[in-house]
Write a protein that binds this ligand. Sequence first.
Ligand SMILES: [Zn+2]
Ligand SMILES: [Zn+2]
Length: 378
Amino acid sequence: MRFKSFLKSVNWPGALFLTLTPPIAVVLTIIHFKREGFVWPIWALAFVFYTLTAGSITGGYHRLFSHRTYEARPWLKWLWALFGAGAFQNSIYIWARDHRVHHRFVDTDLDPYSISKGFWFAHFGWMLKAEGPPVALEPYGRDLANDPVVHFQHRYYVPIAIAMGFLLPMILGYCLGSALGGLAIAGFLRMVTLHHATFLINSWCHYFGGQTYTTENTARDSLFMAIATFGEGYHNFHHIFAGDYRNGFRWYHWDPTKWMIQIFGLVGGAHSLRRTPRSEIIKMQLEMEERRLKQQLDSKWQARFQHQLDNLKIQIHSAQERFEKVCEEYRQLAATYTDSRLERLRELKLQARLAKIEFQAAIKQWRAYNSFLLTARP
Ligand SMILES: [Zn+2]
Ligand SMILES: [Zn+2]
């Protein structure tokens, strides 16, 4: 009886696929090496396939279909749908629906990959179970079901996935000198590596790293994971600003998915890229810093300096607001450029630079004051 209920509780197709593909990848890679040695065009092919399939998961499945952080032309949707299927992470419909449920019920029993059930469960275990969380999933994918690209991909997911994830790498591998190499490295090994890179977002990024913007959920920011996952590692930021097409919001944050979406924006594939206003991000960041500071200070000491802390926060926000206002005026004026506006544009540029300097100085002052309070506390 117990054995029967165990058999019923396992998602057999998923479990067999996820547990058998890693050894298959290793065995095929060894056979390829023994027979054909190191064939560098095959590794280049694997790199290209990894980029296309990983980009389709992060830029397509995640930031477009799950969160609608930008709008895409049909050709870009097809690109994401075809190469995304080749990642073998289920159809857009199922992936995005489950992911929305994860955001909505993060860390609770209704979260499909809740970290509260352990690192291994969030990473892998949840996909081995036949039953999902006790919540109606369908409403979270209703809009997606009406999208013709999503609908088609869901309906023919298995043949598309096999064609894009295994057959195409094998055919291209054949053209480059090794069909076996194409299947082993650009097919299986690439897919297994991408599987676990993606799964680490659900496990590692809810376990290790900094909580820069919120402690209301377990999501963490991890540069290491951002490097491993095309920028998805800024997960604390992502959970609080899920409608932003960026996960690393600063220009220097390692977020290739953000750069890719920007490039598609330039060539006309993507438009209406949504960003969280900088002032909102700074506000959350300062709130977290203040909360951490307060945890370390006794209430009397804190009350003595609260006024100064509030003043510094006001300085930061007003410099930030001024900067954004000037930039907005500059953008509007530059869009309808005439020679007569040149002088005003120069003036606005200067004002923006000054507001930026003021903002940076206020932030420095705030941080210096925070560390002063910590070192000088009684
Ligand atoms: Zn998450
Ligand atoms: Zn998300």
